[in-house]
Design a protein around this ligand. Sequence first.
Ligand code: ADP
Ligand code: MG
Length: 571
Amino acid sequence: MGRIVVLPSTVSDQIAAGEVVERPASIVKELVENALDAGASAITVELEEGGRELIRVSDDGIGMDADDVPLAVQRHATSKIRLVTDLIGVPTFGFRGEALASIASVSRFELESAPQGDGTVSGMRLTARGGKVEGVSEVARTHGTTVTVRKLFANVPARRKFLRSARSETRAAVEALTLLALMRLDVSFTLQSDGRKVLDAPRTALVADRITALYGAKLANQLVPVELQDAHLTVRGFVQRPAEARPAGRKAILFVNGRPFKDPFLVRAAEAGYRGTLPVGMRPSVLLTIELPGDRVDVNVHPAKLEVRFRDRFAVERAIEEAVRGALGVPAASAGASPWIGSQETRGAHWDREPWGQPSAQGLGDTPDLFSGAAGAAAGQPETQQILQVFATFLVFETPEGLTIVDQHSAHERVIYEATMAELTTGTAAGQRLLLPITLDLEPAELDVVDRSREWLSGIGYEVEPFGGSTVAIHAVPNPHPRFDATRCFEELVADLAKDRFGAVANRMERFAATYGCRAAVKAGQALDQAERQRLVQQLFACELPPHDVHGRPSIVQLPRHELERRFGRA
Ligand code: ADP
Ligand code: MG
């Protein structure tokens, strides 16, 4: 007797269910995607006990005809593709036609649906248990669809046992819904868990409102917009200001062509964009969307569609890193800058075809123009704005966006760090030769540092030779500013390096440059004359990442003009 049998469909549906139906969150995802595919404008999700007892998704979409209701729960039944060629560049979420069948096979299932009709609406209700249809009957209801899933995995005890606590299943479901809600501002979403509303995102035209509704105003206010467009792809979204990054709890959200996916390498590429602004271990939140032509990406690698395959992955990684770096380099990324999110009225952050489009309409990318202040412009004469120094530490001046305050030490540190990195990688800064060498006694660990870093030391201008025993002779020194103390800087630099004080910085050359930047920079408390202030601010804004020092602290703080106006009751 032959041993091969064709599995009954209830069994094969359960096997298929393993692919799409992992836990309540994956059911929520499938059902909400169906609702979106059906053109819903309001979607509600209800959970009981984390979805173990009940998951219900209701929508006000186009609904189904009476004849289609029984078909919807059959495997490979779909209204979304007809031909294999339709598979290329599928615009809807679903197309495999197996979600409802799979879900029905592992639950007590109820589907109610009514099509958009004229006036009197009547719909159909289908009930099924363990994949077997129990009944189909007429029901009075308005157009749209409601799917109720009870007793998930009741007939597959092994899988029911693997469900986690109600709390963590609810959290996962909220996360899944949040991802969908981020992309569709034109649809309202709510989620209730055991009668408590845990997600409420009304329809809106502003991405800022949606981010605030989903993640709260605190994170929303810490974000700066990202936008980069090259020949093949567009990167948009939001990243957290470096100074707000924390070691835990960050969000790393990626979309490709409107669909969420996971990709640790792209998250790492985004973090690479923060290079030189974050202490090691700090994890910034990033929310990024990538748009690229359908033939450059395959989004259907995984049945739950969480992984994607890029034709040119390297190009995508590079674009992301560059996009994030660009976003952090603008004044809006500095501490205290007008929260981008809070000032959306002026920024036209609308979301239609391109959900996160055009956030940086004005101002954000501009360098404060110190040389065409209002007075100068009125007189038709470029005129240099005076920069105030307060507490011998901060430089204060006006920009079109408000009052800008620069920390002179942080700023100079950033300037020297970037210049040093450039010198060490491309050439050498000539030091000033000394008539009489400076001789210094060093600790063994420090001698070691000098030995190991001789090339870099000479790269920044220090020519150092052994002088016998524990003594070295310095024949040339750098001269980054008039108050520079070459001997003290050298001592501090080698001591820091010997103690590995910047050990957190991954790359050794970066560590060297950061340490030198910190020690060579003008200090807080040093008076700078007007020309020095001007030069420092100019150099700072010529940097790649002016707003952040190398320790992850801000070097620029902005007091937005509208904030001043608000406080004085002018707005
Ligand atoms: P797929 O989404 O891959 O087509 P599903 O099993 O999820 O497969 O759904 C099967 C079919 O049932 C869909 O193609 C669609 O025609 C119909 N359907 C499912 N959910 C809804 C809904 N919320 N509103 C209208 N039609 C729906
Ligand atoms: Mg579907």
